[in-house]
Design a binder for this molecule. Structure first.
Ligand code: HEM
Length: 187
């Protein structure tokens, strides 16, 4: 573990995006602990009894619905964004230094997890841990900057000249034919 462990702001971390100075943000997950799991079970049982009691109550409490926790709820799952200075690991990283560079300036958790790093890789991370990220400074989404395109403005001059010629040329031929006919008649 590094000695300079503090809370970093995103903007500051994002500046370390070079081979000789590379910082990553990767979140750790503290999964459901035993105590939390027991509390969930207890809460569910209590809730069932409460709903049953209220719906059968002689005064008729209406509109009581059983509240369901959606599957997506991360009950008791803590996400902590950690900052790693992987500069000394750049040359030795089995996945290469380019992937690490491409993971700078963002929350690289998904990139890291997608690879399916081994437990030994996760243990190694401690060596490069230099502090936590101030989550409030992490942008939710990168702002999409649309590519700059020049406005469509084709040159219409040549098109106009062709149209004029299409009208003028037949008129000229017709005029020439009349002139020749008139000239030969006179003779
Ligand atoms: C502190 C951060 C990291 C550490 C300590 C680390 C460590 C390792 C280790 C030890 C391996 C060898 C395979 C294994 O044991 O799982 C590995 C492979 C790899 N890592 Fe990382 N890694 C880190 C971050 C990242 C990130 C952020 C990415 C993606 C952007 C990444 C992409 C890869 C890839 C593509 C491989 C090669 C997988 C393969 O060829 O099978 N790593 N890493």
């Amino acid at each position: 573990m590094g000695s300079d462990q503090k809370v970093h702001v995103f903007e500051e971390v994002a500046k370390h995006n070079k081979t000789k100075d590379c910082w990553l943000i990767i979140s750790g997950k503290v999964l459901n602990c035993l105590l939390c799991a027991s509390l969930v079970v207890l809460f569910t049982i209590l809730k069932r009894y409460l709903v049953y009691f209220l719906t059968l109550h002689p005064f008729g409490v209406s509109g009581v619905k059983e509240l369901k926790r959606s599957d997506g709820d991360n009950f008791c799952v803590a996400h902590t964004g950690k900052v790693y200075d992987v500069t000394p690991f750049m040359e030795d990283h089995p996945g290469g230094d380019e992937v690490l560079l491409s993971a700078t300036g963002k929350d690289a958790t998904n990139d890291f997890e997608d690879v399916g790093h081994s437990d030994s890789a996760r243990e190694m991370m401690d060596k490069y841990y230099i502090g936590d990220i101030d989550q409030s400074t992490v942008p939710l989404k990168r702002a999409y900057i649309p590519p700059q395109q020049a406005p469509y403005n084709p040159d219409k001059t040549s098109e106009f000249v062709i149209k004029i010629l299409q009208i003028l040329v037949p008129l000229l031929i017709l005029g020439l034919a009349f002139a020749v006919r008139h000239y030969t008649k006179e003779k």
